[in-house]
Design a protein around this ligand. Sequence first.
Ligand SMILES: NC(=O)c1ccc[n+]([C@@H]2O[C@H](COP(=O)([O-])OP(=O)(O)OC[C@H]3O[C@@H](n4cnc5c(N)ncnc54)[C@H](O)[C@@H]3O)[C@@H](O)[C@H]2O)c1
Ligand SMILES: CC(C)C[C@H](N)C(=O)O
Length: 364
Amino acid sequence: MKLFKEMESADYEQVVVCQDRASGLKAIIAIHDTTLGPALGGTRMWTYKSEEEAFEDALRLARGMTYKNAAAGLNLGGGKTVIMGDPRTEKNEEMFRAFGRYIQGLNGRYITAEDVGTTVHDMDMIRQETDFVTGVSPAFGSSGNPSPVTGYGVYVGMKAAAKEAFGTDDLSGRTVAVQGVGNVAYNLCKHLDEEGASLIVTDIHKASVDRAVQDFDAKAVAPEDIYDQEADIFAPCALGAVLNDETIPRLKARVVAGAANNQLKEARHGDWLFESGIVYAPDYVINSGGVINVADELNGYNKDRAMKKVETIYDSIERVFEIASRDNISSQTAADRMAEERIENMRYSRKQFLQNSHHVLSRR
Ligand SMILES: NC(=O)c1ccc[n+]([C@@H]2O[C@H](COP(=O)([O-])OP(=O)(O)OC[C@H]3O[C@@H](n4cnc5c(N)ncnc54)[C@H](O)[C@@H]3O)[C@@H](O)[C@H]2O)c1
Ligand SMILES: CC(C)C[C@H](N)C(=O)O
């Protein structure tokens, strides 16, 4: 990979490579854009096949956070970290503390939180070395694990997408096929089950599938078969790039609405969904509940305030569909326009020099 060329292509600001031999830390912090404020985005720990794959993931996810935070109306830019390693076997306290020190060295340009492979406990270790971490234990006055709130936000956004497709946001009697029943999707399934939806689930970990079958009377299918299910809604809640040349023709669902980041393999797959009449809830809009929740910590966490803001995901999804139908463009392009417009407007309105500018972190 030609790093500078890649950074130039989407105008990334900074990439920080962190290495600590004693703990085994190998981390890449990617900061995409800080026009709106410090870059907030989680830390993913994953067994990447190569360094190149890790860099690509960090860059893509960081850019996604810029759009997510902008579309959610947060005064935050976008960034993300990936740690190379197996989250089940290669974690240790020293690793997260070394990582925390690197974050502290960025002096507030980047704030972290959970993502796939990291937990509240990991954030607590990072917190020992830096002020710039969210999603730590509630005992510290923090919001804790963001996944239940992300799951609730996806549920709220799914209702808005259902309204667009079926004329009603009532999910009772609907069938939802869920790919990956991990932290977020388990919580999503809980809300769907309570509303009376039927669930079809899959996961590469049998224990996760068994839990959903037992708790929600879900039907289990093999990971490869999830795209072919007779369902009203397909909810991708595992990893990215699952909407692609091979899978889109297999979908029977009228709605795609799920938690995973970077669901479209390429931008043209969003156009394809649009042309096929499939209502797609753009990933970074529908899955913004977690970041909305942890961002509230920067003002001193208030759960009611955070949840009220999470409810606005319904309106944001509706707004995206309005723009899409007004301009005859895909929902993904509409969401991008909405986010880019906000960033450009703020870039303009913040152009005056101020000696003591009001910074989100100055309230901490
Ligand atoms: N946790 C959050 O608050 C949050 C916020 C926004 C977005 N997201 C995104 O949502 C997704 C899920 O996050 P999570 O925190 O629930 O992670 P998680 O690791 O708890 O859950 C992901 C699940 O997907 C399963 N999985 C992986 N590959 C699969 C495959 N090919 N087929 C079927 N199942 C597969 C895993 O076994 C796991 O159970 C990720 O893409 C994440 O980036 C999470
Ligand atoms: C809670 C977060 C700051 C990040 C979350 N993993 C996301 O992708 O939105």
